[in-house]
Design a protein. Structure first.
Length: 312
């Protein structure tokens, strides 16, 4: 139950911070913040939260405003909150009122303060009721109190209304613009040739353009290694598109007659302009890869080893 209450309180505080952080002035922020503290005993960093005097409420409001980015200059002394004072008739939310031995009477009720009392204005002075709405504390927790500074209500004592000077928070800087996407020579889907790590150019397709300027290839023979290439290791296809007379196609699995007289499994990776084919041996060999059609046949067995010896 205690955890649930704590979670609710945290949520409410987060919503409050998000709401009042968007206010346009320091006074609005101060006023909203002290009203949100009603029912609490509020301490301040200035007194290490060891007390909850009326002074601490105003000081805590300033501390929270500074934490939100408002620039609030320090007052000349403990009970002088600013070098700027205004008449109570011009008081605005966020102003700080400093009372000295204040006494007043309205109808059958009376209100008085100690030798020093601090409160924060939360509503502009009402000329019809002569009421100045504030929030204060000590000894009671934070609560609303309305003072009446004009005759015939005011009996004795004095009040000074301080207006805090300060700048509003600077807007968050705009994030830097995203870097322009890399535009290279090739586009996704282009049919190209890539220089494999064995030093041979093989047919491939561009499947991705990477942010560092490289390209990811998909090899025509289905290989999955050495697929990321810089532009310098990619070129347009050098062989013409296979004509209907070509018996085999790029990517086709076949068997090639190696110079040792054995047939080995391979993949067609290029059709050359002279009618020959470039093979990629299944066992990874890199020799004797260019073959005429007469030394290629459709694959007829499994495995990568020699399939049949031919005496030549």
């Amino acid at each position: 139950m205690a955890l649930a209450r704590a979670a609710v309180l945290l949520c409410v505080c987060s919503l409050f911070d998000a709401a009042i952080a968007s206010t346009s002035s320091l006074g609005d922020y101060m006023s909203s913040w002290v009203k949100s503290q009603e029912g609490k005993h509020v301490g301040s960093d200035a007194t290490d939260h060891k007390q909850t005097e009326c002074w601490d409420l105003a000081m805590a409001a300033i501390e929270h405003a500074r934490a939100k980015g408002f620039s609030v200059p320090r007052g000349p002394s403990t009970y002088e909150w600013s070098s700027q004072t205004v008449s109570y008739k011009d008081a605005q939310p966020g102003d700080i009122v400093q009372f000295v031995s204040w006494k007043e009477k309205t109808g059958h009720s009376s209100r008085s303060t100690g030798s020093h009392h601090t409160a924060v204005v939360t509503l502009a002075w009402n000329s019809q009721t002569c009421g100045l709405q504030t929030e204060g504390q000590n000894p009671s927790p934070v609560h609303q109190a309305v003072y009446h500074p004009c005759s015939p209500y005011h009996i004795s004592g004095s009040m000074v209304v301080y207006r805090l000077g300060g700048s509003t928070p600077s807007p968050s800087p705009s994030p830097p613009p995203s870097p322009s996407p890399f535009t290279g020579k090739y586009q996704v889907g282009d049919h190209v040739e890539g220089l494999y790590k064995d030093g041979i150019w093989y047919a491939a397709t561009i499947v991705k353009i990477n942010s560092d300027g490289t390209y990811t290839l998909e090899w025509a023979d289905g290989g999955t290694r050495d697929t990321v290439k810089p532009e310098s290791k990619i070129r347009p296809p050098t062989s013409p598109s296979p004509s209907p007379a070509s018996k085999y196609q790029v990517g086709e699995l076949v068997e090639g007659l190696f110079k040792d007289g054995y047939w080995y499994k391979a993949t067609i990776v290029k059709i050359n302009s002279d009618g020959t084919y470039t093979l990629k041996w299944a066992d990874g060999g890199t020799q004797d890869t260019v073959k005429p059609e007469s030394k290629i046949r459709i694959s007829s067995g499994d495995g990568n080893g020699a399939l049949q010896v031919v005496v030549v």
